[in-house]
Structures are given as structure tokens and as C-alpha cells.
Design a protein around this ligand. Structure first.
Ligand code: CS2
Length: 483
């Protein structure tokens, strides 16, 4: 997607050198550029430190190609309901493209200056089974990376091989900072790294277990994918070509477990991050209240004809449904994190979703549902079933996902389903004769639904009923009968 900018428009450039490198970041995309990079720059502006970033793209060269001609500087545009604020971010030093030169990535990760390797590789980048949190040892990238030490492909492969090199040369390891939307993300990533390392060399696994820290974090900022129209409008405003610009909401929250090797970390706390020993309550609150309703709005909103989250919450039927989810099914499953009040939290979400300046497509959030549903929706369902609380609303979200991955909407139009399991999900959906059989077929996908949950009669019946209703009446009318 090229923006249609005049060829002679001057390019954005750097106006100061990047700080010396302290961080390697795996997965440089819009979210890191609008979140992690800004926290690092703010922390250095407030308290100093050498935390410049070497970015790594694990798959495509696009980010490097956009940013290299502008010295890895880019603009982050804050989209408030009342106006925009443009800021130039200059914390990135370089971007390495892993498939082009995996050796260069490993070399960066073993540089003694690097104290932190952070990650935003999205849910599917962890090459694990989302339902169990265990490494998927049949994943082609994991199979490849276990087979050879010098040219990893996966995030886990890079982490383990780089840590191995540091160990073999007597260096201190780096802290591994997971910034993806997964529950107990540091603990989970530690488990994946240890599972992989154990297969390489049990002594390496023991060293990692003893020496490496994997703080958990809760990250939050809404950052829709940048569009060519965004880039064009910014160029009109600034008179500069910036192919790497990112657009984000004003809100940000970062809760970080304060557990870094030798205490070596940027001074995030002074610029507003919450450093704590208890991150998990923050993660659960965010995954269930925000990401859970985001996915609800994605599937039900898409099927009801809404292009963006803001459009979806402007529809009273969807808005009432989200309120009901929070009130009756999500909030009762949570213990509020220290210092947080859940009703103020959901009030703030309502306002954030309605921000008209943010065009966050339901289709974008609907991507990779097989990797997202377990931590966003299904954990809440399991807790509610165990406690005898209702699950009808959440089961309707699962049914909407089932309808969505079936690949056609209510009007018979094809849906561009993006999901690592898309083909299998489509085949299961197509192969079933009616809604009940379809629900059963999809509930049998073990990467998504743990056996006990899939077998629960209340959940099964509720999903099948909602799917039947969505198929006959449509998503929006189904919600009308619920609220
Ligand atoms: C969204 C998240 O795309 C998605 O799945 O739910 O990216 C969401 O915008 C962020 O987690 C907000 O912090």
C-alpha cells in the first residue's frame, strides 16, 4: 500500500543522533512504534540512560524499507477527540530483517551493550498452542529452529540461540520483556523458552531458568494500522514525506513487573509506568475488559455491517451488549488490581472506543481469532461456569467468531478471514450440516477450546443456540433478543 505522495516531497529526517543501543526489539510494527519506543524515549528524556533500540522484523522488510531512508525517525500522531498532536520519535537506531540475515540479528542480541530484548510479535508469534500455553513443537518454524542453531526464524528460536551464545562466552544474559496481549505473558514466554532450550541442551535450560528474568507486562494503547490516506493527510499538514508514521489514541498504560537482570532498565516509573510485583491482575483486567469486548465488537460489529469500533459502539444494540458483557459476565470474574476501580476502568473504555478520530477496523481486530479467544473470552467463560455465573453473552461472541470464520457474512458476501487456522476452521464449518453440528465441529479445535470447556453442556448449548440464531436472524437481531 503506497501512499500517493508527490515524488519531490522532502523526506522526514532525523535531527539528532539515536541514543546508544540498550534494547533489541523483536517485532517492530505500529504498536511498538506508538508505545514501547515512546516510553523509552520519555524515560531517557527524564532520567538519561542508553536505551536506543535495534529493531528486528522477523518476517518482512517493509518497516526497514520505510524507515531507513529517514534515518529510522518517524512521527507518532496522537488522535484526540479534539485534535491531533504530532511528535517525532528518534529512538530507533536500525532495523534488521531476520530472514535476510539471521546472523546479524543474533550478533545484535549478543552485544554486551544489550540489556533488554523486548517483543511485540503478536499472539501467533509465540509458536505455541493458545489453549495450553505450551510450545507447538510441530510448528514448522519451531521444527526448523530446533534443527539448526545458526539461522533461527521464530522469536523463541532467536531468544534461545542468543542466550546460548551469551552463556557460552561467559556473558550476562539479557532481560526478556514480553509486550504482547497474553496472560502472565512473561511467565508464559519463560515456559516456552525453557521448553525449547531443554530440547537443545538441558544445561542451557537450567542456566536460563536460574539467570534470565522474564518480567510480565500489561500494555495498553489503541494503535490502528496506518493507511495510505493517513500518510497523505500528514504529508499535507507537515509538507514532509513520512512513510513510517503511526497514529494512536492519547491513552496509554503500562504495568511492568519490576524484575530486571541487575536492575538494568529504563526509568519507566518516572514517566508514568506502573512498576509492580503483581502484574497479573492488570493483565486479566485488560485482556478481559478491553480485548474481550474488542473481539466482541470485531465479530459482532463486522457481521452487523460496522467498519470500525467507533461505528460499532455508536449502534445502541452493540453498545448495550458490551455494557451487559462487562456488567454481568466480565467484571464479576475479576479481582481489581491494586489502586484500580473496575467501573471507572470500563467507563474510560467506553470513551476510548467512541473516539471518532480513531478508525480501528473491526476486520483488523477480528484477525487471528484462534490465537486471541482463549485469553480474551474463554478464560472468563471457564471462571463463570465454575462460579455458576452466566455465559450467554460470551457464548454469543464465540458464536459470532464461528460465523465469521465460516467465511461468508449474513448477506452471503465473502469475508477475508486472516487466521493461522483459517483453512481448517473453514473446512470444519463447511463440513457441518447445521448450526449445532457446526458449533460442535469448531469446539473440537483443541488449540482454541480446552476439552473440559468444549464438553460443558451449558456452554455448548449456549454457543449452538446463538450460532443458530445468528445464521437465521443475523448477528444484530440476535443481540436484540439478548439485551
Ligand atoms: C486489539 C488490540 O487488534 C486487537 O486485537 O484488541 O490490538 C488492542 O487495540 C490493544 O491491545 C489495546 O491496548
Amino acid at each position: 500500500m503506497e501512499a500517493g505522495l508527490p515524488a519531490d516531497l522532502p523526506r522526514l529526517t532525523r535531527d539528532r543522533p539515536a541514543p546508544p543501543a540498550g534494547v533489541v526489539h523483536l517485532g517492530v510494527g505500529a504498536f511498538f512504534k506508538a508505545f514501547g519506543a515512546i516510553w523509552l524515549e520519555d524515560a531517557m528524556a527524564a532520567s538519561g540512560g542508553a536505551w536506543g533500540v535495534i529493531g528486528v522484523s522477523l518476517r518482512r522488510p517493509d518497516e526497514r524499507d520505510k524507515l531507513a531512508p529517514q534515518g529510522y525517525a518517524y512521527q507518532a500522531v496522537e488522535l484526540g477527540p479534539e485534535g491531533r498532536q504530532i511528535r517525532k520519535v528518534q529512538v530507533l537506531r536500525d532495523i534488521l530483517v531476520a530472514p535476510e540475515d539471521p546472523q546479524a540479528v543474533l550478533a545484535a542480541m549478543v552485544d554486551p551493550e544489550i540489556r533488554i530484548v523486548s517483543l511485540t510479535v503478536t499472539e501467533k508469534g509465540y509458536t505455541h498452542s493458545p489453549a495450553t500455553g505450551r510450545l507447538d513443537v510441530a510448528h514448522p518454524d519451531v521444527v526448523h529452529d530446533l534443527g539448526r542453531a545458526d539461522a533461527p526464524r521464530s522469536a523463541i528460536g532467536f531468544l534461545v540461540r542468543a542466550l546460548d551464545r551469551r552463556r557460552q562466552t561467559g556473558m550476562r544474559p539479557f532481560t526478556v520483556l514480553c509486550c504482547d496481549n497474553l496472560p502472565a505473558n512473561g511467565r508464559m514466554l519463560r515456559g516456552l523458552v525453557l521448553e525449547f532450550a531443554e530440547r537443545v541442551d538441558p544445561a542451557l535450560a537450567a542456566w536460563i531458568a536460574a539467570e534470565v528474568r522474564f518480567p510480565s507486562t500489561m500494555v495498553d494503547r489503541i494503535v490502528p494500522a496506518t493507511t495510505p490516506a493517513d500518510i497523505e493527510r500528514l504529508a499535507e499538514e507537515t509538507g514532509l514525506r513520512d512513510e513510517g508514521a503511526v497514529f494512536h489514541e492519547p491513552f496509554r498504560q503500562w504495568a511492568v513487573e519490576d524484575d530486571f537482570i541487575d536492575g538494568a532498565r529504563p526509568d519507566f516509573g518516572v514517566v508514568g509506568a506502573q512498576l509492580t510485583s503483581e502484574v497479573e491482575p492488570f493483565e486479566l483486567m485488560k485482556l478481559r475488559c478491553l480485548n474481550g469486548t474488542h473481539s466482541a465488537l470485531a465479530y459482532l460489529g463486522y457481521l452487523s455491517g460496522h467498519e470500525t469500533v467507533a461505528d460499532a459502539v455508536a449502534d445502541p444494540v452493540l453498545a448495550a451488549f458490551i455494557e451487559r458483557l462487562w456488567r454481568a459476565e466480565i467484571v464479576p470474574s475479576l479481582a481489581p488490581p491494586e489502586g484500580m476501580d473496575l467501573s471507572s476502568y470500563t467507563d474510560a473504555l467506553r470513551t476510548r472506543y467512541a473516539n471518532p478520530a480513531i478508525r480501528h477496523r473491526t476486520w483488523q481486530i477480528a484477525m487471528d481469532g484462534s490465537q486471541k479467544l482463549p485469553q480474551r473470552i474463554l478464560g472468563t467463560v471457564a471462571d463463570n461456569l465454575a462460579a455458576g455465573r452466566p455465559v450467554t453473552g460470551l457464548a454469543t461472541v464465540v458464536a459470532a467468531w464461528m460465523r465469521y470464520v465460516g467465511g461468508t457474512d449474513g448477506a452471503g458476501r465473502p469475508i477475508d478471514v486472516r487466521d493461522p487456522l483459517a483453512d481448517r476452521l473453514r473446512a470444519l464449518s463447511d463440513g457441518a450440516g447445521d448450526a449445532e453440528a457446526r458449533a460442535d465441529a469448531l469446539l473440537s479445535v483443541r488449540e482454541v477450546f480446552p476439552e473440559a470447556l468444549a464438553a460443558d453442556p451449558r456452554f455448548r448449548a449456549s454457543v449452538a443456540r446463538s450460532l443458530g440464531s445468528i445464521e437465521v436472524r443475523g448477528a444484530r437481531s440476535t443481540l436484540e433478543t439478548l439485551t
